[in-house]
Design a protein around this ligand. Structure first.
Ligand code: ADP
Length: 426
């Protein structure tokens, strides 16, 4: 087994987003939930290890990332470690103490890496970097909703300053004019920065073309740190070109179901669309769960009646006023955990009933379902919507194989739930 690229992602849905971009650029990719406990298949070009290290203490994030690094380095082509990619959020989400700086620095130390880049640019998702400043759509990061984030409020759009506050290494900037001039200019700028004692640089990029021009200059870099955007440019460095084969998964079979614990605007519209199209759907009520009623048993008994005639939907999805009312009664955290556990138990029960094509809506909900289904590794397949691929896993709960897709809140068009199954049938 030998991989070209070893990736460490600081959260779960971010790992899938990165894997999706690598597959679209031609790599065959396996995503591992935490440290892999078994070897990955032969013929895989990249492994993405999904950690949950974004907001934990920096020392703990560093320790987990170094363990992931150790595993990845043991998987490289004989005599050569794979290139390492540290993936963080495209809004550079970090706490006051880190963790982007401390983790990047520790990985550099462990790899003996003298220089790395840092750029969250992801133009496909309206994240661009110019003069070292991060824009979310048309506004600076510090003017975006991220300034009010409960765990990682981002109040400074100047990424050189943000990263410098998190690391002892000197942070510089590779400006857009340099990136636009191509590989030789970027390499010259890196050499000049290194001569000044700078060992990490924020890189400007406002388009996919910028990222593709940057790519060749990253060829020999032991460590790349970035959002998922830079991933579109790396496979070419290994002679890998986009091909539909990269996304090929075993043929889909079995029953079809959707479980949704997301209350985002897009998911509400997707649930409404599914119901309006006349397909069977059952709502799960958080207050009945809290009252100790057997919502899992009820949902599974209902599903048994309908599964044979096509996809069913079980959902707790509700409009924000209803969610607030429930949170007022149960507390936000407790309501969230109760509903997540219930949806995850339903997902597990559906798989026991023979569901082998499962759509999960909601980031936290996905985490709970993956855990309940005991999924340790997933092969990444074709994209359904930007950032959302089908995946294939062979967990103990479905040893014959399960197709699963994890849709975070605001992704996907209105017909996502039906479109997803159609995408798999191709
Ligand atoms: P998203 O990706 O849309 O943010 P998540 O699954 O990450 O979705 O988060 C949704 C949260 O809301 C979960 O903790 C879930 O359990 C909780 N939740 C789902 N439905 C309800 C509801 N009807 N009332 C209160 N909380 C809910």
């Amino acid at each position: 087994m030998s991989i070209a690229l070893g990736c460490i992602a600081d959260d779960f849905t971010g790992a899938t987003d990165l894997a999706n971009n690598l597959v679209r650029a031609g790599m065959r990719v396996v995503q591992s939930i935490g440290l892999p406990d078994a070897p990955v298949d032969d013929g895989v070009d990249a492994v993405v290890i999904a950690l949950k290290s974004r907001t934990i203490a920096p020392e703990e994030a560093v320790a987990q990332s170094l363990l992931a690094l150790q595993w990845l380095r043991s998987q490289g082509p004989s005599g050569r470690a794979p290139q390492i990619y540290f993936k963080y959020c495209s809004t550079f989400d970090s706490t006051a103490r880190g963790n982007i700086g401390p983790v990047a620095e520790a990985l550099m130390d462990a790899l003996g890496c003298g220089f790395t880049i840092a750029t969250p640019a992801f133009p496909d998702n309206q994240r661009t970097v110019f003069k070292g400043h991060l824009f979310v759509g048309d506004v600076l990061l510090s003017d975006s909703g991220m300034r009010h984030h409960p765990l990682t409020p981002m109040t400074d759009a100047n990424l050189v300053r943000v990263l410098q506050a998190q690391t002892r290494r000197r942070v510089g900037l590779i400006e857009h004019a340099t990136v636009a001039a191509g590989e030789a200019a970027v390499r010259a700028r890196i050499a000049a920065l290194q001569a000044e004692g700078v060992s990490m640089a924020i890189v400007d990029a406002v388009s996919n073309d910028d990222l593709l021009r940057l790519g060749p200059a990253l060829k020999d870099m032991a460590l790349v740190t970035a959002g998922s955007g830079v991933a579109i440019a790396l496979p070419a460095n290994f002679g890998i070109r986009p091909t539909p084969q990269a996304a090929s998964l075993p043929a889909a079979c079995g029953l079809q179901a959707v479980v949704s614990g997301s209350c985002s605007v897009a998911t509400n519209a997707q649930v409404a669309h599914f119901i309006a199209s006349g397909r069977p759907a059952l709502a799960v009520d958080p207050l009945r769960i809290a009252a100790g009623e057997d919502e899992v048993g009820k949902a599974l008994a209902w599903a048994r009646q309908h599964l044979d005639s096509g996809p069913v939907l079980v959902y707790s999805t509700a409009e924000s006023s209803a969610v607030k009312a429930v949170q007022g009664r149960l507390g936000a955290e407790q309501a969230g955990a109760l509903v997540e556990q219930t949806i995850a138990a339903i997902a597990r029960g559906l798989v026991a009933l023979g569901v082998r094509q499962l759509v999960v809506a909601g980031g936290e909900t996905s985490g709970a379902c993956v855990q309940a289904l005991q999924i340790a590794q997933m092969r990444i397949g074709p994209q359904i919507a930007p950032g959302v691929p089908w995946c294939h896993a062979m967990p103990p709960t479905a040893p014959d194989g399960l197709h699963i897709t994890l849709k975070s809140g605001n992704f996907g068009a209105e017909d996502f739930f039906t479109q997803a199954f159609a995408a798999l049938a191709h």
